[in-house]
Design a protein around this ligand. Sequence first.
Ligand code: DSN
Length: 437
Amino acid sequence: MSAEALYNDVFEKLERHHEWFNESIPLIASENIPSPAVREALASDFGNRYAEGWPGERVYAGCTYIDEVEVICMQLAQELYNAEFVDVRPPSGVLANLAVYSAFTQPKDVMIAPSIPAGGHISHGKREHAGTAGLVHGLDVEFYPFDATQMNIDVDKTKQKVERMVQDNKTPKMAMFGGSLFLFPHPVRELVDFLKGYNMHINYDAAHVAGLIAGGVFQDPLREGADTMTMSTHKTLFGPQGGLILASDTHSDDIKKAVFPGTTSSHHIHHMAAKAIAFAEMLKFGAAYAKQVVANARVLAESLNDVGFKVLGEDNGFTKSHQVAVNVLDYSDGGTVEVDLEKANIIVNRQLIPGDIKAGRHYFHPGGIRLGVSEITRLGMKESEMKEVAGLIRQVIIEKKDVRIIKDEVKQLRGDYQNVHYCFDGETGAYKYMRLR
Ligand code: DSN
């Protein structure tokens, strides 16, 4: 194919992707749909510029408006999270974590964090799993003991493990909370005095729950005693893809250096502007949005349980976040279920769940799937639509109905939910392809 044919092919595929998502039920817990306003900021000329450094201290000319927007962006983030210091520059949540590792630990230091089947993120992981903490910064990572019935970190066993580590001369320098499979608030309040008794730096990775924290429906880690909070800006927080670090002023110099020049050159200025837009939307609409997200997740979990699925976290009411985790081993495995649901335009991801590694199941065919309701909530869906979604998932996975029929039902359900809610300007279709050529 000629370059021109391939050029056209890319645009055709982009448009088809938009059409596909316009007819699908997007349930990836780490994704969301940004507002048209956020998409407009992403398409601006800021994306073609460099602005290394801090507003007012750049190493390039041409930053007049960039600096003014970045100051607004920082003000909005400070207000949203009631934080003394914010760094809006990390281009992703992984880089925000890497900056915090670099600022507050040395290679070979020990960090205690959640394991991946217990919800941890790859950026918290060990060197042998190619996790960022181990592979890139050289941290020696140990995992919290996890209570699979409660789907949470086990507080008593964590204390016992840390005391053993202290005796073995392996006292952690950092304790990481938060993660990717994240149903219930982590026991920060319960462990903070104990961990600080050993001088640990406590970081809370709010990548998944940042929008819920901003909306006031989840734990507030900085008030519970976390020293720093890292996040990505595009999961429950419905901004552009990007990262953010929040802390008290005492940590500001260490973080600023670790972000630039430590881990970032260009901080993707268009994303920074789009973060500012999303923070403003979250300040205005975040409380109503976050309340609806957790209500929707709870109803989806209960409905999946009612139609016959094994939903994790039952002892605690299934979920207090945007996520629902389901053990699908009665039907096949998470990888197969993910593929089957995609054929019906229901988009989920397979998920390692507690017990998988011991049973020899791996990431491609784990025991579970993870569902997130942030995106369909942003499209305006409420509790009654969650019951419909659970019924559609049952028809694919348990009843094994013809996926072409389900696909039509999915399209019908989506027909009434075409725009982005909880924003100032949501009239443009949520998945409308914005052509500039
Ligand atoms: N791995 C992504 C997730 O939680 O889906 C986040 O980086």
